[in-house]
Design a protein around this ligand. Structure first.
Ligand code: SF4
Ligand code: SF4
Length: 423
């Protein structure tokens, strides 16, 4: 029986066999539908929703569509692309994803999609979840704060006698994956590695067998090289008199000053910058107070204490354009790792119980001159409006100045793959 059918994807007529999976049909025809939960022989799970497309005008998950004659599928409309980006941003905001220190970095499907979609910041506030990191299984570690509940492990990993190793426990926002310790012990080494590798993120790790490929040999190191630079057009209408220079201010909030070190790494190109700009308040000039309004303010670090908030708000008032540069400014970075521990416990560990605490010391510093610590470390965009983001830890020096110059001069700029990818 002839089961050839015709359908259209993004207006392109495609001939294929009825009943095939849409994600596969699209791929065969050069159209990419991103997925995270969809996995080889497994029945489509439809848990991540990233493959959402429009079928005859209605939203539905692409991985669950078996193609049929006359279907009209939309994949890459601006609305669908933005929906997909929003889903990835939600996953980033909901979990704890510190890619530069993650064992899966470079091999992670979600990280790759983040790069692919040009995500530099999430539009949602970070949750900084505090779920279980379970080291108890004999050979595995389950880092629930990175799990995206895709269900691949639950469906795919079984013992030889057919028992489940992974299962979902609890409900709603508390849902997490639990490992059955007894069944986990029965897995062979290769079966355990298979579990780690099928996880699209770095939630399942096998002790002593953690991804060991060097840079350049990881799953996604070479992919993405062909991603076209994303062009950003800039029209800020910054006003200044002819012959006057642009005024730049910089500050470091809860950061390590690495981003400011990177600013200086520009070396002799700094002379170029000085031709068009002068610095006002900045650790680079040691000018402590704004003496005039600035065209652009560069912010390193997030907000960890009351002084950080005050400085950031002052920058927002005194600068026409605010740029958050570096991961700490964009998502809290390493300082935000304290967000999983109550502030009281952090202080007790630092000043009373820590191994480096001086014997006999029993005071948590507190004085009206010492800025008050906030309960959490906050990304800058959760405190004031931020106009541009420069990702990196730290961002590349040439890239920082390319962006700054383009903003000042109102020119288009593009982010190349190498500048954007820093894991
Ligand atoms: S699991 Fe992936 S996205 Fe999350 S921190 Fe690790 S590399 Fe980054
Ligand atoms: S542990 Fe990994 S494979 Fe299992 S549900 Fe979470 S993200 Fe998916």
């Amino acid at each position: 029986m002839n089961n050839r059918i015709n359908l259209t994807i993004d207006g392109k007529t495609i001939q294929t066999e009825a009943g095939k999976n849409l994600v596969d049909v699209a791929k065969e025809n050069g159209i990419y539908i991103p997925t995270l939960c969809y996995f080889r022989e497994l029945n489509p799970l439809a848990t991540c929703r990233i493959c959402t497309v429009k079928l005859n005008g209605r939203h539905t998950t692409g991985c669950t569509i078996k193609v049929a004659d006359g279907m009209d599928i939309e994949v890459n409309t601006p609305e669908l692309l933005d929906n997909r980006k929003a889903i990835i941003e939600m996953l980033y905001a909901e979990g704890n994803h510190f890619c530069p220190s993650c064992e899966k970095s470079g091999n992670c499907d979600m990280q790759n999609l983040g790069y692919d979609m040009g995500i530099t910041v999430t539009r949602y506030p970070h949750v900084f979840s505090d779920k279980i990191v379970d080291f108890n299984p004999k050979r595995m570690i389950m880092e629930s704060n990175r799990c995206i509940l895709c269900k691949r492990c639950v469906e795919e990993v079984k013992t030889k006698d057919g028992k489940d190793v992974f299962s979902f426990v609890q409900r709603g926002v508390k849902t997490r994956v639990h490992i059955d310790y007894e069944q986990e012990e029965k897995l062979s080494e290769s079966e355990a590695l298979h579990a780690m590798n099928l996880c699209p993120v770095g939630a399942i790790l096998v002790k002593g067998m953690i991804h060991e490929q060097p840079f350049g040999e990881r799953k996604y190191d070479l992919l993405g090289k062909n991603i076209l630079p994303k062009v950003t057009s800039v029209n800020n209408n910054l006003h200044k008199k002819e012959n006057e220079k642009f005024i730049v201010a910089t500050t470091s909030l809860a950061g390590c000053f690495g981003c400011h070190m990177s600013l200086l790494d520009i070396d002799t190109d700094l002379l170029d910058i000085i031709e068009i700009a002068e610095f006002n308040k900045s650790p680079l000039t040691d000018i402590k107070k704004f003496s005039k309004r600035c065209h652009i303010g560069l912010i390193e670090g997030g907000c960890a204490n009351s002084e950080n908030v005050h400085v950031l708000e002052e920058f927002r008032k005194k600068c026409d354009i605010l740029v958050a540069f570096g991961e700490c400014a964009i998502m809290g970075g390493i300082p935000a790792m304290r967000n999983f521990v109550p502030l009281k416990e952090c202080l007790e560990e630092a000043y009373l119980n820590g191994v480096t605490t001086e014997i006999g010391a029993h005071i948590i510093p507190g004085h009206e001159d010492i800025p008050k610590l906030l309960n959490n470390v906050y990304p800058c965009n959760e405190v004031v409006k931020i106009d541009y983001y420069i990702p990196g830890c730290p961002p590349n020096a040439q890239h920082i100045w390319k962006v700054v110059k383009s903003i000042l001069l109102g020119e288009e700029f593009s982010i190349t793959h190498d500048e954007f990818k820093y894991d």
